[in-house]
Design a protein around this ligand. Structure first.
Ligand code: GLN
Length: 490
């Protein structure tokens, strides 16, 4: 049974229709809430749906438009935020018991920027607890289901945000990507997902998992919508000390430039030569995308990034190390849950024992171990050196190529329970996405055909830091070529 939406209105179409008076924000909101009403109990994309608030905001926006006001480029667009982004006075849970009852006293910068652009928040989406996972099966509130096939995972950790777009509950949503959590669920749910350059989008109000890797980015139906949302949420924010002190790059204007003469490198290690376990159908679709780009005028060649093979190992030291530090703040005093104990240490232990799920505890233990005296150099230090090596290899590749290409996820959406018994099998979902988080470079997933099981496949376009324009330019062509290939097959 599929609950994926057919021929959805894009964010750009909605905003134009609302701004021009061809429709109004209330009508658009009612359509989206009706879809939520119809199937959300089965899909479970949301931790919280703000139906009444969303209707009120739509009415208020319509009144401003009627009064002649320009309400912004996302006028009346229904959107959702992953439930690890702070919303003032609205529960923000990270899908964890430990934050139960906590309401942030401030908004994430991205929440304010979307609202100021006329977008309307519909709800907070489900995720793997604290964004640790690749299937949403680690949510304390139960998993999200893939709208294309309810027996399969939507990917993760931003599975709720990907599913909410795929099911047509919202036209766009935001996720966070530390090792692949936007791109992998985008691939599995058949939507576009972008991990911007580290520092391109403010992390202010994003609840930290691994601060040197975390980035916020959009999920949308189209590359053009992702470009527009990126323009709205990107650009310098003085509230985030790692924010790049530059305005957001112009992206919507580059999308029709084609790929003539652009140099595209197909990453060898991710195409069956080094990294094992990429399925044949995913490799086939990625090769077809590369061939189609070549036919469209790009110069396509293979490129080797040898350190990418060790990306996963490096990530599973760096990310848990940072997580063990970031998550030490959940002590039963400052946020959410408290389990009583005879003294502070016992209260603290009881709270963390009851409040965190198994995967979060595993990460905290891995990270604490990797940072401990005696192991620091052997593990954490070595992982950091690999990170530098990887960034150097990418930089060398970008001397010869404008963008790189690879699969996004090694496989299409898998069945619930398939990978829960073996953490390593779950971690391997991110072998192709993790390298860009370690290097800080941008990367995005664009749907390209289907796998042998009929489920969506995503192709990953990678670019050097701050080169989002050329990444979106190529992604737009990949999207056109995917539509062409689909048309030819029908
Ligand atoms: N799946 C990876 C992990 O579990 C990546 C998660 C993410 O990007 N937030 O850590």
């Amino acid at each position: 049974m599929s609950h994926a939406v057919d021929n959805p209105s894009t964010a750009i179409e909605i905003a134009q229709a609302v701004a021009s008076g061809a429709t109004n924000a209330s009508t658009v909101m009612d359509e989206h809430l009706a879809r939520i009403e119809a199937s959300e109990t089965e899909v479970h994309a949301f931790n919280l749906v703000l139906a009444d608030q969303a209707r009120q905001h739509a009415d208020a926006l319509d009144a401003r438009i009627a009064a002649g006001e320009d309400v912004g480029p996302l006028a009346g667009v229904p959107i959702a935020l992953k439930d690890n982004m702070c919303t003032r006075g609205i529960a923000t849970t990270c899908s964890s018991r430990i934050l139960e009852g906590w309401e942030p006293p401030y908004n994430a910068t991205v929440a304010d920027r979307l609202a100021n652009a006329g977008a309307i928040l519909v709800g907070k989406t489900n995720l793997d607890e604290f964004a640790m996972g690749s299937s949403t099966e680690n949510s304390a509130f139960g998993p999200t289901k893939n709208p294309h096939d309810l027996s399969r995972v939507p990917g993760g950790s931003s599975g709720g945000s990907a599913a909410a777009v795929a099911a047509g509950y919202v036209a766009a949503s935001l996720g966070s990507d530390t090792g692949g959590s936007i791109r992998q669920p985008a691939a599995l749910c058949g939507v576009v997902g972008v991990k911007p350059t580290y520092g391109a989008v403010s992390r202010y109000g994003l609840i930290a998992f691994a601060s040197s890797l975390d980035q916020i980015g959009p999920f949308t139906h189209t590359v053009a919508d992702a470009a527009l949302v990126h323009e709205v949420i990107g650009g310098h924010d003085p509230l985030d000390s790692t924010s790049i002190p530059q305005p957001a790059p112009a992206l919507t204007e580059v999308l029709d430039r084609g790929v003539d003469g652009l140099r595209v490198g197909l990453i060898d290690e991710m195409m069956g030569h080094g990294i094992d376990g990429i399925s044949a159908d995913v490799l086939a679709r990625t090769n077809e995308a590369a061939e189609a780009l070549a036919a469209a005028g790009a110069k396509v060649d293979r490129v080797s990034i040898p350190a990418s093979i060790y990306g996963l190992s490096s990530y599973y030291l760096v990310a848990p190390a940072e997580a063990s530090s970031n998550l030490s703040r959940y002590d039963g005093v400052r946020y959410g849950l408290r389990e009583d104990g005879a003294n502070v240490v016992e209260m603290n232990t009881a709270t963390r024992t009851a409040g965190f799920g198994d995967e979060v505890k595993r990460r905290i233990m891995l990270g604490t171990y990797a940072l401990s005296a005696g192991y620091y150099d052997a593990y954490y230090g070595k992982a950091q050196r690999l990170r530098t090596l990887l960034a150097q290899e990418f930089n060398e590749a970008y001397q010869r190529f404008d963008v790189l290409l690879s699969p996004t996820s090694p496989c299409t959406a898998f069945a619930f329970g398939d990978k829960t018994a073996d953490p390593m099998a779950m971690y391997l979902n991110d072998v192709c996405t993790i390298p860009s988080n370690l290097s800080g470079d941008p990367a995005m997933s664009v749907p390209f055909g289907i796998g042998d099981d009929g489920m969506p496949v995503g192709v990953q376009v990678l670019a050097p830091a701050t080169h989002e324009p050329v990444m979106f330019q190529v992604a737009a062509e990949v999207e056109r070529l995917a539509a062409e290939a689909k048309g030819a097959a029908q």
